[in-house]
Design a protein around this ligand. Structure first.
Ligand SMILES: Cc1ncc(COP(=O)(O)O)c(C=O)c1O
Length: 409
């Protein structure tokens, strides 16, 4: 069933506003998405009507708050096809989820010299720097898959890269720069064969694609609430329960313990083991509401809409002279994030002219400097789409780029 985008847009109050005298054209959802009233209302109701701390109060407000918090966890678990809500660990964002995994797996596996961790050149810094630090701390070696000229993961050296020495493979599922959706099935099979754990950074895929952790082949995934209609301050680490059960804690404090004496501490079972301190309660409840909203529309329908918009955008952008698209040229194996350059114009100038026309895109290195280096540019301009994006907005982008070309001759 196709999306009724005009009706959907009415759920997002922000689309009523103008930017610099023009209707808002928001093409930066890969950076952060907008929020529907259904999410905003649920968060406000929590603060106004039943705010209380979770998992520690016997009073009514605490109980209601705990039920809403755990209810959100259960719905998020269903959304990603997890075997149980206990496989869903709330974190602050994807970055914290990946840092948690890097720290805890490093300890669990007693990573050291001779061990290898494999990532790719396509990573967001969030799935690169934590592994660099882990390798620096432990003496393990970091290796990576390259990127092909058409913006896909270069798997040609798979068997060399992922070997008996490999302990962890951590890859981006959908690139936040190139839009590439990595089919990780071969890498998952190889990782399993050599006994390495596979983590996927699903920050850009969970918001846009139907995802079932059962069929991904990963042991752990990370994603972040604010890119999927939820608030900032909430993210998720999903892990197989048997794996989470073996992982030591990352942060320590209240809520994550089983018993504490002055002589030592034992730790709660997952997910509590990894949720030290008062968690982002309202934010988790907001993410639960976002998942309800996405589920109501259907992830298949959302994906179909974005495929149509992306096809339209790829056509529109490739017909603007002097525009070079980075990443896959067709919609096969790619999502609704399109990065490009305009010959002879710095991306910051492109972004400024577009902003003057109300068109909001992101410019810069997109927290993925190695991707820019791979394509020999210091920065890129990126337009990214979501369930509320219209073809009229893509037309506004294309008109804006004509304006850029006029201004810069
Ligand atoms: C692929 C990818 N990974 C990780 C992140 C980090 O997300 P957060 O800043 O919410 O932790 C982002 C955000 O842009 C991303 O696109």
């Amino acid at each position: 069933m196709s999306l009724d985008v005009e009706r959907i847009r009415k759920d997002f109050p922000i689309f009523e506003r103008e930017v610099n005298g023009h209707p808002l054209v928001y093409l930066d959802s890969a950076n952060t998405s907008q929020k529907p009233v259904q999410v905003l209302d649920v968060m406000r109701a929590h603060q106004e009507r039943y705010n209380g701390n979770v998992s520690r109060s016997v009073h009514t407000l605490g109980t209601e708050s705990t039920e809403a918090y755990e209810g959100a966890r259960a719905r998020i678990a269903t959304f990603i096809g997890a075997a149980s809500p206990d496989e869903v660990v709330f974190t602050k964002n994807s970055t914290e989820a990946i840092n948690l995994a890097a720290y805890s797996l490093g300890q669990m596996l007693r990573l050291g010299p001779g061990d290898e961790v494999v990532i790719s050149e396509m990573e967001h810094h969030s799935n690169l720097v934590p592994w660099q630090l882990l390798c620096e701390r432990t003496g393990a070696t970091l290796k990576w898959f390259g990127i092909t000229d058409d913006g896909r993961l270069d798997e040609s050296a798979l068997d060399d890269l992922v070997s008996e020495r490999t302990k962890i493979v951590s890859l981006v599922h959908m690139s936040n720069v190139l839009g590439t959706v990595n089919d990780v099935s071969r890498i998952a099979a190889r990782s399993k064969a050599v006994g390495a754990l596979l983590m996927l950074d699903c920050s850009q895929s969970v918001p846009h694609l139907p995802i079932s952790v059962g069929s991904l082949g990963a042991d752990l995934i990370a994603f972040t609430g604010h890119k999927m209609l939820g608030p900032t301050g909430i993210g998720v680490l999903w892990g197989r329960f048997d794996l989470l059960s073996q992982m030591p804690p990352f942060l320590a404090g209240g809520s994550m313990i089983e018993t504490v004496t002055m002589g030592g501490t034992t730790f709660a079972a997952p997910p509590a083991r990894f949720e030290a301190g008062t968690p982002p309660i309202t934010e988790a409840i907001g993410l639960g509401a976002a998942v309800d909203y996405l589920t109501g529309l259907g992830m298949e329908a959302i994906h179909e809409h974005e495929q149509a918009i992306t096809r339209y955008a790829l056509d529109a952008l490739s017909s603007v002279p002097d525009v070079r698209i980075f990443g896959p040229a067709t919609i096969e194996g790619r999502g609704g994030t399109v990065s490009f350059g305009v010959d002879g114009v710095h991306p910051h100038d492109v972004g400024q002219i577009l902003d003057a026309l109300g068109v909001e895109v992101r410019v810069g290195h997109h927290c993925a400097r190695p991707v820019c280096s791979r394509f020999s540019v210091p920065a890129m301009t990126r337009a990214s789409f979501y369930l509320y994006t219209t073809t009229a907005e893509i037309d506004a982008l294309a008109r804006g780029l004509d304006q850029v070309r006029k201004v810069f001759g």
